[in-house]
Design a protein around this ligand. Structure first.
Ligand code: FES
Length: 116
């Protein structure tokens, strides 16, 4: 497995949460990001582990399986639920990384990308 670690540019503060995001090819990105940041924003970069297209709850490319910390994520809105239903995915297990936001200070979330 080819792991890499990326740190948030800001020093960890009291409003930060941890995200571990696994790509389909086995790469792992770990970041600290501000509460309120989407999973996609938090892990984005030239070789970000989560593929995306629209960033607006339309395409479903950014679907991730939530492995840990589902209770540290914002609740899905109607747009996200509509896209997940197109893929027959349950929001209890799968979220859109462009919509799900870190919402618990000190929380920890682990996800795995479902698309290549
Ligand atoms: S990037 Fe299209 S739904 Fe998230």
């Amino acid at each position: 497995m080819n792991n890499r670690q990326v740190s948030e540019s800001e020093a960890p503060g009291s409003d930060q949460a941890r995200l571990v995001a696994e790509a389909r090819d086995g790469r792992v990105v770990e970041v600290q990001a501000a509460v309120g940041t989407s999973l996609l924003e938090a892990s984005d970069g030239p070789e970000g582990p989560i593929p995306f297209c629209c960033r607006s709850a339309s395409c479903g490319t950014c679907r991730v399986e939530v492995l840990e910390g589902a209770d540290c994520l914002s609740q899905p809105d109607d747009d996200e639920l509509d896209v997940l239903s197109m893929y027959a995915e349950s929001p209890d297990r799968v979220r859109l990384a462009c919509q799900a936001k870190l919402c618990v200070t000190g929380g920890s979330v682990r996800v795995r990308a479902l698309e290549q």
